[in-house]
Ligand binder design. Sequence first.
Ligand code: SAH
Ligand code: SF4
Length: 378
Amino acid sequence: MSEDPLSELPMRPDTEKVNLIGLPQAALENFFAGIGEKPFRARQMLQWIHQRNADDFDAMTDLSKGLRAKLGDSAVIRLPALLSEQASKDGTIKWLFESGAGQAVETVFIPELARGTLCISSQVGCALDCAFCATGAQGFNRNLSTAEIVGQVNYANRVLPSRPNGKPAVTNVVFMGMGEPLANYRNLLPALDLLLSDFSYGLSRRRITVSTSGIVPQIHKLGDDCNVSLAVSLHAPNDELRNYLVPINRIHPISELLDACWAYAAKRANRFITFEYVMLRNINDSIEHAHELANLLRDKPAKVNLIPFNPFSGNEFRRSDSKVISAFQAAMREQGIVSTTRKTRGDDISAACGQLAGKVSDRIRNRLSEKQTKVATA
Ligand code: SAH
Ligand code: SF4
């Protein structure tokens, strides 16, 4: 019998092996302790996977042959499986990744001169059912694992050319793809750990943005646990309208949500919270709405990001006219609120905010009649 008990383990199928892409440093240290290895192996592994883009233990030449064989028996480095890639004329790239059971999630890369932003998904579908969102219209399927969340960043850095300074293509990560990240907190937190760690992606807190529709207890938790940049999908300046557009508001109304936001900002030396506000024609885009919104945010560490509504198949809502959006933004600024309008990128490939729906068009169609009734009665 060999002296090393692990070498006697029968080969396990890949699906049972642990996917090391999803393990942050502490979990990797545990993993290595479990196979009788020193903690420093965790740092080596992080660098191999996330910085040197290895996907095969045999490429890890500073590990002994014995260790590489042991790793091969118990672990894998598995990237998300690509279903399709689309490139927009504005340079935006959208990837569709397989997520099992005929479902898919989407990841969008938005190149700009000064940065490369990756918009990633956190769930397959979403349970929160915001009235104007294609992901919400498809319903909830499941949470993505940490490996599937971080795998999107890993994949992008592997396939995209490095930046002119030799750094990886992805400089900023926003959780604005499919799903509600704070409803998948357990898998989100280790993903943030990996994005922040110098042994993996080394991104600063201000280059990572978690966008939430307002799950208040998790906002408090995130403030304590990680405190990355926070964006909040407000979309309405009063509870009546927000109850309809963002149904989670019926559980956590605006005053409770804003209190959580100011507490979050206070924990990170008054850094601004971004409030997203989708511009829906004749629904939430009047000057009165702008004044009501300004009253909520005045003298607070808040900035407003207006998002022109991106239509998706069959939806009743319409985008506000660009003149209306400019007037809304001017009204906000007159009230002393920092306000910008998001450039729509990638809409020719349905990669713009709220258009991400994976391959579930049938389910969307089924839900449309229900949505149209809601809009008509609003
Ligand atoms: N679930 C999170 C993050 C994903 S959505 C959240 O709701 O914040 C990212 C942003 O796109 C949110 O502000 C969301 O409200 C917005 N959005 C959703 N559908 C949209 C659409 N059709 N047009 C424009 N923005 C949309
Ligand atoms: Fe979910 Fe965000 Fe879409 Fe609302 S806007 S349904 S929270 S993904």
